[in-house]
Design a protein around this ligand. Structure first.
Ligand SMILES: Cc1ncc(C[n+]2csc(CCOP(=O)(O)OP(=O)(O)O)c2C)c(N)n1
Ligand code: SF4
Length: 253
């Protein structure tokens, strides 16, 4: 029988602490807190192997032969067109910063778009853009998804309006909460009304439709709203192709 137990758990060392208090001093319980495993970060075959006393080079020697496949926005996704437009316009300004929130659109951080300056949590894009703009940064752009905006972006927008901050906000509205499985989005068909109700001037709430053929219009509107010294909201609106596919399949049955 062993008197040494290694607890391999992701996140916090919750189970390890429970087992340790149950077993008392007769057993050595190791894990993230004892340094057997790293205190933070992900568990990997390498660090678990090491905790078990094996220096691994495991099958990972072969990994160099595997082509990396980072997650990507679906082909045909409206967020793609938003980033294409943003990247085109962003290069025209020296200090552009794009503050991002959480959703499928966060994949714009990865190639081929790589248009991201920060990504913190749901709602942080607008407050970070506001803080940066208030400190003099220009242009400060916040990118939201529709669901994230109603979850925790509206309060930041109200602050930006009250303080006359010079920011451009994009609510990339795909009519759903795509990243978590396509649930309904609380603000669908209400975004213009919400922005107007919070106090954005009507001429600075712009709705666009993002197929690539509309790119000249989208980039033109982006330039105009970046140049507006105050709060502007651009709402590119096109349904997520995955939810659209599901709906079409269902309708055919
Ligand atoms: C505080 C918090 N709650 C829930 C989540 C889980 N979550 C990740 S993305 C997301 C919604 C994204 O929806 P949307 O903004 O519409 O973007 P989309 O994925 O449709 O592009 C949620 C709820 C989270 N990351 N943080
Ligand atoms: S699931 Fe929808 S929103 Fe997400 S990347 Fe695909 S098309 Fe875009």
């Amino acid at each position: 029988m062993s008197d040494r137990i290694l607890v391999v758990e992701d996140g916090q060392p919750f189970v390890k602490e429970g087992i340790k208090s149950l077993l008392g001093k007769d057993y050595e319980v190791c894990g993230r807190l004892t340094g057997a495993l790293p205190r933070t970060g992900e568990l990997t075959p390498d660090n678990v192997g090491k905790a078990l006393g094996k220096e691994t080079n495991l099958p990972f020697d072969t990994i160099e032969n595997v082509v990396g496949r980072p997650p990507a926005l679906c082909q045909g996704c409206g967020h793609r067109d938003v980033y294409t437009a943003l990247n085109e316009v962003a290069t025209e300004y020296k200090g552009t910063r794009i503050f991002r929130d959480i959703g499928c659109y966060t994949l714009g951080a990865l190639p081929p778009f790589q248009s991201i300056s920060s990504c913190m949590d749901m709602g942080a894009s607008i407050t970070m853009a506001k803080g940066a703009a208030d400190a003099g940064l220009f242009p400060a752009i916040a990118v939201f998804g529709d669901s994230t905006f109603t979850h925790s972006g509206m309060t930041g927008l109200l602050d930006a309006i009250n303080d006359h901050s010079n920011i451009t906000i994009i609510i990339s509205d795909n009519l759903t909460t795509a990243m978590t499985g396509g649930q309904d989005s609380a603000g669908t068909n209400k975004f213009e009304a919400i922005c107007l109700g919070l106090g954005v001037e009507p001429e600075y709430v712009r709705v666009v439709v993002p197929p690539a053929k509309n790119m000249p219009e989208i980039t033109k509107i982006l330039r105009e709203e970046i140049e507006h010294n105050g709060v502007s909201v651009i709402i590119p609106q096109r349904e997520c192709i995955q939810t659209l596919k599901r709906k079409t399949r269902k309708a055919k049955k």
